[in-house]
Ligand binder design. Structure first.
Ligand code: NAD
Length: 263
């Protein structure tokens, strides 16, 4: 493994689980210092942080910031910049899901999904950008979704938030295009993480079908490969976007979805 990201600092929101954890591991393996964030048991998170630091010989920090709280986001980014000089690579990944018909959609779930899956990226970006501009180098990678490109029923808040992330990605990319900073969105299809596993029972209830039918006929119905995307595949794309070879990729919404959005 080349240490292509040595000297860089990466902050990955929602990196105590699933895709975010995979991305943080991949960046650390390439020599980047990392800031972890997300929820979970304190012991588990400390074990993860310590293992990443030791295994890869990098600085690994953990920040408890709740991505629904703008003040906490500001403090998290400020602390990372104070310690490392900049957040060179910002990955907006934290996300939650709720599945329900729109006329039964709980208002507090709508508000939480818009805050965590969309507004948090506005806040991390606005606080991280000045230091990226000073260094004339930066990578902003938004983990959006195939649902940034197409919709599915019963996911109104999630699809609205992810389409919002697509617009935010393109807009910020244009604003910073001449400054050595790229802004892209990764749009995964289904990856079998806790976020997906947890929505299987709700989807089964909402559609009146079994959980096995949800996997076969709903989740993987449009995913032409009939395979879940893996965390490692998404992390590998993030590493490429963080590399100098990807300097001309900006404002892009990149599907990694087993052919889902080719339909
Ligand atoms: P996950 O549930 O495994 O991980 C989500 C992470 O976000 C966890 O670390 C969790 O603690 C954190 N998080 C949740 N709420 C938070 C908050 N308020 N503040 C800080 N952290 C918070 O889910 P995942 O599947 O790895 O999802 C990661 C991202 O990938 C999400 O944005 C999701 O929408 C997106 N995505 C996932 C899939 C998939 O199939 N799994 C597909 C497309 C896009």
């Amino acid at each position: 493994m080349t240490r292509a990201l040595e000297g860089k600092t990466a902050l990955v929101t929602g990196s105590t689980s699933g895709i975010g954890q995979g991305v943080v591991e991949a960046f650390a393996a390439r020599g980047a210092n990392v800031v972890l964030n997300g929820f979970g048991r304190a012991d588990d998170i400390e074990a993860l942080r310590a293992r990443i630091a030791t295994e890869h010989g990098v600085a690994a920090r953990y920040d408890t910031a709740d991505m629904s709280q703008p003040d906490a986001i500001e403090a998290m980014v400020a602390k990372a910049i104070a310690e490392f000089g900049a957040v060179d690579i910002l990955v907006n990944n934290a996300g939650i899901q709720h599945v329900a018909p729109i006329d039964e959609f709980p208002v507090e779930k709508w508000d939480a999904i818009i805050a965590i899956n969309l507004a948090s990226s506005f806040h991390t970006i606005r606080h991280a950008l000045p230091a990226m501009k000073r260094r004339k180098w930066g990578r902003i990678i938004n983990v959006a979704s195939a649902h940034a490109l197409v919709a599915s029923p019963y996911k109104s808040a999630y699809v609205a938030a992810k389409h919002g992330v697509a617009g935010l990605t393109k807009t910020v990319a244009l604003e910073v295009a001449e400054l050595g900073i790229t802004v892209n969105a990764i749009c995964p299809g289904y990856v079998l993480t806790p976020l997906v596993k947890n929505q299987i029972p709700d989807t089964a209830r909402a559609r009146g079908i079994t959980e096995e039918q949800v996997v076969r006929d709903v989740l993987l119905a449009a995913q032409s490969t009939k395979q879940f995307v893996t965390v490692e595949q998404v992390a590998s794309l993030a590493c490429f976007l963080a590399s100098d070879d990807a300097a001309s990729i900006t404002g892009a919404l990149l599907p990694i979805d087993g052919g889902w959005t080719a339909h």
